[in-house]
Design a protein around this ligand. Sequence first.
Ligand SMILES: *Cc1c(COP(=O)(O)O)cnc(C)c1O
Length: 360
Amino acid sequence: MAIYNFSAGPAVLPKEVLLQARAELADWHGSGMSVMEMSHRGKEYMGIHAQAEADLRELMGIPANYRVLFLQGGAHLQFSMIPLNLMRDKASADYVNTGEWSKKAIAEAKKFCAVNVVADNKDKNCSYVPVFDTWKCDPNAAYLHYTPNETIGGVEFNWIPGTGDVPLVADMSSNILSREIDVSRFGLIYAGAQKNIGPAGLTLVIVREDLLGQVAAGTPTMLDYKIHADGDSMYNTPPTFAIYMAGLVFQWLKKNGGIAAMEKTNIAKSQLLYAAIDSSNGFYNCPVNKADRSRMNVPFTLKDAALDGEFLKQADARGLLQLKGHRSVGGMRASIYNAMPLEGVQALVGFMNEFARSKA
Ligand SMILES: *Cc1c(COP(=O)(O)O)cnc(C)c1O
């Protein structure tokens, strides 16, 4: 039986990547060593590290004046590193609040700077993206932070805010590499790896060079982007195996048509799933405004929540795993990242239709 893993993160990885890692696990390319055992200063690992960065730059079209940093601490540590590094001499930072992850970023930033929440979607239970015209942006803000894909709420921006000279900062943890984006529109992009990049333990930061080197006084060395940029992400020991795995994922993406091809498949996958929900005569419901529905994380509820347990049990028995919704919202959530094949979504939709019919 085929197994399809709909976990929100850590999440499904491409099968080919896992098999390649297995084949190379104990002896990487005839080196006699596992990548896990290599010095991060040795030529083998340095090559893996440089190739991963080069492939990511190619995939995303990252301009030369941006640095790529392979860090640790998860997206959560970025919630602190961003204000510590980007406030410079400014009085406040702008934040958009579109759900759970925005809220966490805002709460942490408040420890380091004055936060101006320029827009939120609380009036409709965090189910939509507030239109840009309504945002109360400060032209003197140090930066504007937003969450292009709310992993828990399933709300995704299908546009990029235009902030002029104010650097745009984006938490792309759950939709990086899933759609084409113009990196030059951003001051800083960050993402925990465990959704669409690779295993947990690696955090990716892409930052415009002119924003480096103005860290707040007293900031720990490890939290200064410039230290990591100057050290090519090897100021301290980087998460070598996670970077190696991310590199394999980047090569897999390149082999499979790059981000443009992924985006096409992601559109097809998400449309198929939303169509099943919307055509179920209310048996299933997705609370998110149609235009702002995530292509990566699809939350939905059953009309009768008493059937949740049975739905999950039957799904499990068919190899459709980890569909339980986030504890804060309940119901179901299907995360359909790049590595989820179309067949997985087809299998899920087939099961959902059958389950609904069996309860009619
Ligand atoms: C998962 C997630 C995070 C948290 O990532 P950690 O690596 O666990 O810190 C933050 N933001 C978004 C949008 C996420 O999806």
